[in-house]
Design a protein around this ligand. Structure first.
Ligand SMILES: [Zn+2]
Length: 352
């Protein structure tokens, strides 16, 4: 984990690790075929709250840990490494692009554009804030607010301090376009209101704690699952069923269990007929609620469930005989037993 937090993982390393993790998840082996992977890796990497399995996305996790270090370089005075950047180069902004500041810093530097999007700055002396790219004015980053003028900037990476203590006219390459000239007039008015102080710039991020440490897990969660919702999180995960039953339930609600219908789609078998009744296609809905054996089972335990209910099992209501608090676990265990019984009939020739 230390290594992950210190350097950008090369994509080849991430891919190799993911291949191993995927094989372990779906086959428990060294390698795995595509047909054995029942849910896509990207979906498996979503948090459980968003319909995934909560497997960590290594690249993103790596990036979030690096962001945490980057934030420390900009804010912490008690970090030895941050102080070293300060004394060696005059702060993170002045540290060179080359690897003379170490591969560690070169790796972090690539993330500066993303980091700046996540933070806002209250300017003090303006030394650790970029004039164009940081969000330090109400209008947002100047590169977006004054794009025409930015194309004339002599030093796109200049600090706020550097621009404000120099002659503003010399900060641009002539001749300015008419739009850029208008933007310069506007900028001059805005800068007239700014007074630098001797205090350090204060950088803030919505994902920091009270001690201004960045929470890498909060950034991770906010980035990985943007706009992805899920209906079945509580039903599958917030109950006391054994983990293997929850995992089965997760596959079941996505129609990804290895029914004969799904196996035929992958060309693994020649027929999708149900082996319990021999009359209909063995789909997930048929197996759980349509097959004569399943219908008899649910009737016997007093649970009202139809084939249409299988796609939204979390909406099935508990009968009065079963405590509501444990009904989700009960329902999952019932589906699991039906599935195991199907295996007994198909693979061990037991009677239905
Ligand atoms: Zn059947």
């Amino acid at each position: 984990m230390y290594t992950m937090g210190a350097l950008q993982l090369p994509q080849g390393v991430v891919d190799a690790l993911d291949a191993r993790r995927r094989a372990f998840l779906w086959a428990g082996e060294e390698s795995v075929s595509g047909a054995q992977c029942l849910v896509s890796w990207s979906k498996s990497c979503l948090p459980k709250e968003n319909g995934g399995l909560g497997v960590r996305d290594l690249s993103l996790q790596n990036t979030c840990l690096l962001m945490k270090l980057l934030h420390r370089a900009h804010t912490a005075t008690d970090s030895a490494w941050s102080r070293w950047l300060e004394t060696e180069f005059g702060g993170p902004l002045e540290a060179p692009e080359s690897t003379s500041a170490g591969t560690h810093w070169a790796s972090l530097r690539q993330l500066l554009p993303d980091y700046r999007l996540l933070t806002t700055v209250e300017v003090g002396d303006g030394r650790s804030t970029t004039f164009w790219h940081d969000c330090w004015l109400a209008a947002g980053p100047l590169v977006d607010a004054m794009p025409a003028l930015y194309t004339h900037a002599r030093r796109p990476e200049a600090s706020v301090h550097h621009v404000l203590v120099s002659d503003l006219r010399l900060a641009f390459v002539p001749r300015l376009s008419s739009v850029a000239t208008e933007e310069l007039t506007e900028l001059t008015a805005v800068l007239a209101e700014i007074n630098l102080t001797n205090a350090q710039d204060v950088r803030r991020c919505p994902w920091e704690d009270k001690a201004h440490r960045l929470s890498s897990s909060m950034i991770y969660k906010s980035i990985i699952a943007v706009g992805v919702s899920c209906d079945y999180y509580k039903f599958i995960w917030e109950n006391r069923a054994p983990p293997k039953v929850k995992f089965f339930g997760w596959l079941l609600v996505q129609d990804r269990i290895q029914t004969r219908e799904n196996l035929l789609k992958k060309n693994c078998i020649d027929s999708d007929l149900c082996e319990l009744c021999g009359a209909q296609v063995e789909s997930t809905t048929h197996l759980i609620a349509g097959c004569a054996f399943a219908v008899g089972f649910w009737h016997w335990i007093g649970v009202q469930i139809d084939e249409e209910d299988v796609a939204a099992l979390w909406r099935v209501q508990p009968p009065s005989t079963i405590p509501a608090a444990h009904f989700n676990a009960f329902l999952l265990l019932c589906c699991w037993r039906l599935w195991k019984h199907r295996h007994d009939v198909v693979f061990r020739s037991l009677p239905p």
